[in-house]
Write a protein that binds this ligand. Structure first.
Ligand SMILES: [Zn+2]
Length: 75
């Protein structure tokens, strides 16, 4: 089984760090750079985030983070 199950700590905000997409290519700056993550929408299947260039603020990407709290035992 999975040893990393969060158990009962699923209430409240998860304080984990994001390791993905800390640096993305920005077409306006014409180089990869640090990005800021902004929550756009909360969808039933997950949270939709927009990535903004930390230099110029241009939108450089979107991502839907799947809701990891979903339990496969739910019917
Ligand atoms: Zn930029």
């Amino acid at each position: 089984m999975n040893p990393h199950r969060p158990g009962r700590s699923s209430n409240g905000q998860a304080a984990y760090k994001d390791f993905d997409a800390t640096s993305l290519y920005c077409p306006r700056c014409r180089q990869a750079g640090p990005v800021r993550k902004r929550l756009l929408l909360v969808l039933p299947q997950g949270d939709e985030y927009e990535y903004l260039c930390a230099r110029c603020g241009a939108s450089v990407g979107m991502k839907i983070e799947k809701n990891a709290k979903q339990d496969p035992l739910l019917y």
